[in-house]
Ligand binder design. Structure first.
Ligand SMILES: O=P(O)(O)O[C@H]1O[C@H](CO)[C@@H](O)[C@H]1O
Ligand SMILES: O=c1cc[nH]c(=O)[nH]1
Length: 289
């Protein structure tokens, strides 16, 4: 059945509503970044840029590097934006905009987040890189989708028990990254970790400026969490939703984090742009060589 104009929303030029992209504008390998300024930091390393489009915080460049077609797109901050980006990227790949129907043959996208993050453990220094083997989502997005068995329920149970998770907050969820992509991106420069995705930057990540946190011990509980020898390495604001929607839509995803803050030691990167540039170069080399 054809999707109605209120469900699959297309702009007058036929592009998808928020991303402002046509199906031919995206490559099968997509780098997602939070900060719109990071898009040109990535695409400046391409051999050629063929498409540049933007609407709101969603900036997209598509081009080629070492013969491989790549797209880099900014998501802005937060899992609510990820809901838009992942659904619209999937629509570009897997919905026929002319008939407004889902294609019979579905395409699988490779999605790599290059993001910034705060370390939870004192031994993960600023400017280091963490690959999120698992993400624990505190953002609640999962509960709006029919998910069945795609989730890591034993990790969720352990997290709820060990943190004494308050019933009035959204139930956490946990999702694994794509194993093959993980292998493609790993090396001894990368730490593997469990990333907590929060619904905010201040109280949700245990920061207090003028307002108090409802659970002042949450940071200590995250630091102490242990599930089958795995510990929480870092916090940010998008990875759980990327992993969740990639899994549900049949895409592959992995999240690479440049650690800018260390929440245990109080350190912050002295040259965050340079540190992020190092992670961009690392990822581009790994996926195009
Ligand atoms: O640098 P990006 O990719 O935006 O990622 C991190 O930085 C933002 C907060 O400063 C959040 O989006 C967080 O996930
Ligand atoms: O502490 C941090 C640093 C970057 N991004 C976050 O979400 N948290």
């Amino acid at each position: 059945m054809a999707l109605s104009p209120s469900e699959l929303i297309l702009n007058p030029d036929g592009s998808i509503y928020h991303l402002n992209l046509l199906p031919g504008d995206i490559a099968p390998t997509i780098i997602v970044v939070g900060d719109p300024d990071r898009v040109s930091q990535v695409s400046s390393k391409f051999d050629v840029i063929e498409t540049r489009k933007q609407k709101r915080e969603f900036q997209t460049h598509t081009g080629r590097l070492n013969g491989k077609r790549l797209t880099v797109i900014s998501t802005g901050i937060g899992t609510d934006n990820i809901d838009i980006v992942m659904n619209e990227l999937d629509a570009l790949a897997n919905i026929d905009f002319t008939t407004r129907t889902i294609r019979k043959e579905l395409k699988q996208l490779d999605i790599i987040r290059i993001g910034t993050s705060g370390a939870v453990q004192p031994d993960i220094p600023v400017d280091s890189f963490v690959l999120s083997e698992f993400a624990i989502g505190l953002d609640g997005l999962k509960h709006f989708y029919k998910t069945e068995d795609a989730m890591e329920s034993s990790m969720v149970k352990a997290f709820v028990a060990q943190t004494g998770w308050a019933g009035e907050k959204a139930l956490p969820y946990a999702v694994e990254s794509d194993k093959n992509m993980r292998e493609e991106l790993m090396s001894n420069r990368i730490r593997l970790g469990v990333t907590v995705t929060n619904s905010g930057f201040y109280a949700p990540q245990g920061r207090n400026l003028r307002l108090e946190n409802s659970d002042p011990d949450m940071q200590a509980k995250l630091k102490a969490f242990n599930h089958n020898g795995m510990r929480i390495t870092n916090m940010e604001m998008e990875t759980s939703a990327i992993y969740l929607l990639a899994k549900l839509l049949g895409h592959r995803a992995v999240s690479m984090n440049c650690i800018l803050a260390n929440r245990s030691t109080g350190d912050f990167s002295e040259n965050s742009k340079k540190a992020v540039d190092g992670l961009i170069r690392y990822v581009l080399e790994k996926i195009t060589s």
